[in-house]
Design a protein around this ligand. Structure first.
Ligand SMILES: [Zn+2]
Length: 293
């Protein structure tokens, strides 16, 4: 067999062809490897990303449950704090109530009156310039005085001249006053003790008023004075009420006789057009704790 003879030209051509072929194969191989590598990298990244996302979700969940736990703990604390406050308030109210004389808002009647040994806790002397009579001493419960003083100062600023005729009266002074009548001590004791007006004076929170012009006299004509009209319209702001209004069924009419029951109760009575003795004692009692607020 005859081997074909290649000339130099053909050798070169074949050589170039072979080189190109090898280059192409190598390139394809490299490309394939690269694609594979890229694919696996991408897969790894995707996995990593998924893991990161999972972690994020887990952390968020964990945070959420932590937050929820914290929130419920806070709420528990708040409820607990509220309970403590409620208890403290109740204790405070009870303590305040235990220190407040229950007689201060008591209704007196022919069957219920102040004990003869009752004495107000603290009495103070009323400034002489507010009294109707010279040379007389009048006392009032210390806690009531700021309200009474402010009321008198305010009414006098309106060019009126309200004067105090009498305030606190002890049981003894009632006895001597009443001895002017034919009532004798003993069988008559109940009779004058049942005097509601005197019980209120013995309490030390009640005042009989007159005007400068009227002088030291108790008279129903007080109802015709501007001072009386002012009291009807304003006394509740200072905690005072008219105990025995006109045409009442519980005691004789006394336009001069005003009792301190606290601003809240006096205002309620004013707003509802009611009188102290119209109310049931159970309706009155809740006002005791804040009588001096
Ligand atoms: Zn009186």
């Amino acid at each position: 067999m005859k081997v074909p003879q290649l000339n130099t030209k053909e050798i070169i051509r074949w050589s170039i062809f072979v080189i190109l072929l090898v280059s192409l194969i190598f390139s394809i191989y490299q490309y394939t490897t690269l694609v594979k590598k890229t694919d696996s990298t991408q897969t790894a990244l995707t996995e990593e990303l998924a893991q990161a996302q999972q972690k994020y979700t887990d952390i968020t969940k964990e945070n959420k449950s932590l937050y929820e736990a914290l929130f419920s703990e806070q709420q528990k604390n708040q409820a607990f704090e509220k309970q403590i406050n409620d208890i403290a308030n109740t204790v405070g109210t009870l303590e305040k109530l235990s220190k407040t004389d229950p007689e201060l808002l008591q209704k007196y009647s022919k069957v219920y009156f102040l004990n003869e040994h009752y004495m107000p806790e603290k009495l103070i002397l009323i400034d002489k310039n507010h009294l109707s009579q010279d040379g007389k001493e009048e006392y009032i419960q210390e806690n009531v005085w700021p309200y009474l003083r402010r009321m008198i100062e305010d009414i006098n600023e309106d060019n009126l001249t309200l004067k105090i005729l009498s305030a606190f009266r002890s049981f003894d002074s009632q006895t001597s006053l009443k001895s002017n009548y034919t009532i004798t001590y003993g069988t008559g004791a109940n009779q004058f003790s049942a005097d509601q007006g005197y019980s209120e004076h013995q309490l030390g929170t009640t005042v009989d008023f007159t005007t400068e012009k009227m002088g030291p006299t108790l008279s129903t004509s007080f109802e015709n004075t501007d001072e009386y009209t002012w009291l009807l319209n304003n006394a509740h702001h200072y905690g005072f009420i008219l105990s025995y209004p006109k045409d009442n069924t519980y005691y004789e009419y006394e336009p001069w006789h005003w009792r301190f029951v606290g601003v809240a109760l006096a205002t309620k009575l004013y707003d509802e057009g009611k009188h102290f003795y119209d109310l049931d004692q159970r309706e009155i009692n809740p006002y005791l704790v804040n009588i001096f607020d």
